[in-house]
Ligand binder design. Structure first.
Ligand code: NAD
Length: 746
């Protein structure tokens, strides 16, 4: 039975009201925190537009959201996941395109009134309107983030955005998926006007009326705007024309984009930059580039057809599937409290104290004060440490004001949240103390006792240790249930992961509270059980060891790094070693060996390198050469400490990468088998966000599933026979293969 329009309208959350000759269509998808798009949405909207078209007293339309802080977040992603074939996805794209083409050609003016996130299909919707008015709220952001899910905009966005703001600016958004704040969106011409939140609806209606009456004419300065500027010139005489001419940037861009040679230059350069970043691993941005080009060379219709086909193919591609799964994994994580008991509530953290103002402590002070937004008290053992911490927070704020993501006044207000000293004053009222002093169990025990003497009974003690078991730390505490690990990554303000470590006695409310704190600090948080190296450091250790084994066997440093970058890691293992500090990495070796035996023993290959004082970037002397802080080529003299001359060997890049990756993956499976990880999902998120495991492969567990556990097992056995004990397959993997299981449901 066909559903009556009104019923569908209500179910989809649409309301239609005529005010002063303007039809205001409000979208408020029921039972959902945000508005998303599905074919049903399109159908209802189209019927409402027909109504607006037919009603003679309606002169214009305003489209607005009924959500508090969201316009339209994009397509309904779980719906995309149900699509089975490329043809099906292409058909859906064509449908969306037709809907927005109709909106574009609508005989009455349509205004999009935007507050909150206006992303993906939401922005494509707005782009098909005649006028876009956005609020100046920090909640408002506009963008086409599809590439981040391995997709491209599929409802005309690849065609309308370049037409509106010019190819270069549009590519910058489409190929990166980044979003714009209102002021920047206005500057680029994505929106026509920015207004305060309370005025949005009123002004949108007013603009709709003005457009209908002809008292408001849209004059844009780029892309499609060129037409109106030139036409404006004709209409308004020379003043309008010169206004257009004065925009030098516009003409430079048009000159480039309007002739085939210039166009070729723009696209070739964009492709070059892109491949440098994606190394051919992420097809979506490349397809987006092609599709934009088709539109520019062969027109809107051909461009949209190319868009629909590319969209269809990408929706069913493995890369997109992995990226979408990762999106869902992080979304699900955001809803959890980190314990197995969903009813446990986090407690309020109104003040944070940080111990140690070094590299990590300074970063933690920043995320706690600026992002979490609470007062922070830092204590270091000396004035230098105090100064270092304050300076670190200040310099991150300075960088942000330079980039205009904060005003100087806002930055000063944030800075005022941080105070520091060399004693425990200010600790009494702290709800959470995060410790980042030197990596030394005795020192940390002493500090726990000192902190417990000056803080309230309910204060949580979190350690940022990278290797000391939390169970050991808790032994030095009078309130062990309030001791937990909060393992941040360096640089703290940039790295997205926080690994929280619980020991068997950690109270659930403590875990839930720290998870909530981490989230407020902008982190993706995983909770793991205690064990040497926890999860991330533990799986990194055999990976790095394998790199050292390869060097000991005579591998070439630059080739080894390239092998892993080709595989999809952001940097190679030897570059990473230089970054972390070769001495630091070397200290981890014995700890891991003591805990896990010979299979985790670090090869002796690097001892000579450290003895030579090559500690990596921090000493400007490591495997690579450094010039004014910039990494250059491999330092040839480092081979004095490694196999050289005829002892050097050439290895296949793929084999080198496989050896390292299998070590990491096998260790991750061990962590799963031993209960360090709560789920393969957490293991995948941790490896991607903490260690740079290639996102397009979906993490170690997705990698095993897509290669097939039996195949991975065979490969490990092969290396075990060839290279020895360290490749012993994880018992959990053997069990899984026997039982014919995969980590995720098939
Ligand atoms: N550097 C990293 O990449 C990294 C990553 C994750 C975890 N960690 C862990 O974080 C902790 C700190 O590492 P870091 O790199 O920031 O070291 P760091 O040497 O830069 O800083 C340590 C700071 O602690 C201060 N300190 C020492 N004793 C103190 C005391 N009794 N009271 C107050 N302050 C004291 C020192 O003065 C120094 O400022 C270590 O446990 C380390 O294992 C480091």
């Amino acid at each position: 039975m066909a559903i009556k329009v009104d019923e569908l309208e209500v179910r989809q959350g649409f309301t239609y009201q005529v005010e002063d000759g303007v039809a205001v269509i409000t979208y408020d998808l029921p039972d959902s925190p945000v508005n998303t798009l599905s074919p049903e949405t399109g159908e209802v909207f189209s019927r409402l537009m027909t109504r607006a078209e037919q009603q003679a007293d309606v002169k214009a339309v305003v489209f607005i959201s009924g959500k508090k802080d969201n316009f339209v977040a994009g397509a309904k992603i779980d719906f995309l996941q149900t699509i089975k074939t490329a043809e099906e996805a292409t058909a859906i794209s064509r449908n969306g395109q037709e809907g927005f083409d109709r909106l574009d050609a609508f005989p009455k003016p349509v205004v999009a009134a935007i507050h909150g996130s206006c992303l993906g299909g939401g922005l494509e919707w707005a782009l098909a309107c005649d006028y876009r008015i956005a609020t100046d709220s920090p909640k408002t952001s506009l963008g086409l983030p599809e590439v981040q899910l391995g997709l491209i905009p599929g409802a005309g966005g690849t065609q309308r955005l370049p037409a509106l703001i010019g190819v270069q600016a549009a590519l910058d958004l489409i190929l990166t998926g980044k979003s714009l704040k209102p002021a920047k969106a206005k500057k680029l011409g994505v929106v026509d006007e920015v207004v305060p939140v309370p005025l949005l609806r009123k002004l949108a209606i007013q603009r709709a009326k003005e457009l209908a009456e002809g008292t408001l004419k849209v004059e844009r300065t780029r892309g499609q705007g060129l037409k109106s500027v030139v036409e404006g010139g004709k209409k308004k005489g020379l003043a309008g024309f010169f206004q257009g001419l004065a925009n030098k940037e516009l003409w430079a861009e048009v000159a480039l984009e309007d002739n085939p040679l210039g166009r070729k230059l723009v696209f070739d350069e964009a492709r070059k930059q892109l491949l440098k970043k994606t190394r051919g691993r992420y097809p979506a941005p490349e397809r987006a580039l092609q599709v934009v080009r088709v539109g520019l060379e062969s027109g809107h219709k051909a461009g949209q057809e190319a868009e629909a086909r590319a969209f269809g193919e990408l929706v069913v591609s493995d890369v997109s599937k992995r990226l979408v799964e990762m999106f869902f994994a992080t979304t699900a994580l955001k809803k959890e409290n980190g314990t197995s008991n969903p009813s446990v509530k986090p407690r309020d953290v109104k003040k944070v104290a940080v111990l140690g103002g070094g590299l990590m402590g300074g970063g933690i002070a920043y995320v706690a004060s600026v992002l979490q937004g609470v007062p922070v008290r830092v204590k270091d053992k000396d004035d230098d440490g105090v100064r270092r911490a304050l300076k670190q927070v200040q310099s991150i704020l300075d960088e942000r004001t330079k980039k205009r993501s904060l005003t100087p006044r806002e930055a000063a207000a944030k800075m005022a949240l941080v105070t520091a000293g060399t004693d425990y004053s200010g600790f009494k009222s702290a709800d959470l103390v995060i410790e980042a002093v030197f990596e030394d169990l005795k020192l940390k025990h002493r500090i726990i006792a000192e902190v417990e003497a000056v803080t309230g009974e309910h204060c949580i003690f979190a350690s940022n240790t990278s290797s000391i078991p939390i169970t050991e730390l808790a032994k030095g505490s009078r309130r062990p249930s309030q001791v937990i690990g909060m393992h941040y990554f360096s640089p703290v303000n940039k790295m997205p992961l926080l690994e929280i470590i619980t020991h068997p006695g950690t109270a659930e409310w403590v875990t839930a509270t720290c998870v909530e704190v981490g989230r407020k600090q902008g982190k993706t948080v995983i909770v793991v059980n205690d064990g040497p190296g926890f999860y991330t450091s533990r799986i990194l250790a055999p990976y790095m060891n394998e790199a050292a084994y390869l060097l000991a066997e005579g591998a070439d440093i630059a080739e080894l790094d390239k092998a892993l970058v080709d595989f999809g890691f952001p940097v190679g293992p030897i570059t990473l070693l230089d970054e972390v500090g070769i001495d630091v990495a070397q200290k981890v070796g014995p700890i891991m060996e003591a805990a896990f035996g010979k299979r985790m023993a670090a090869p002796k290959a690097l001892e000579g390198v450290v003895t030579d004082g090559r500690l990596g970037r921090k000493t400007q002397k490591g495997f690579y050469l450094y010039e004014n802080g910039k990494k250059k080529e491999v330092d040839p003299t480092v081979y004095n400490f490694l196999p050289h001359g005829k002892d050097r060997k050439s290895f296949d890049r793929q084999e080198m990468a496989e050896r390292l990756v299998l070590q990491m993956v096998n260790e991750a499976v061990r962590c799963m088998g031993e209960g360090i990880l709560r789920s393969p999902r957490d293991g995948d998120v941790g490896a991607i966000f903490g260690l740079g495991f290639p996102p397009f492969l979906g993490g170690p567990f997705r990698y095993v599933d897509s290669r097939g556990p039996a195949d991975v097992l065979r490969k490990l056995e092969h290396y075990h026979d060839k290279l020895g004990e360290r490749f012993t397959p994880a018992p959990h993997l053997v069990e899984m293969v026997k039982a014919g299981k995969t980590f995720y449901p098939r």
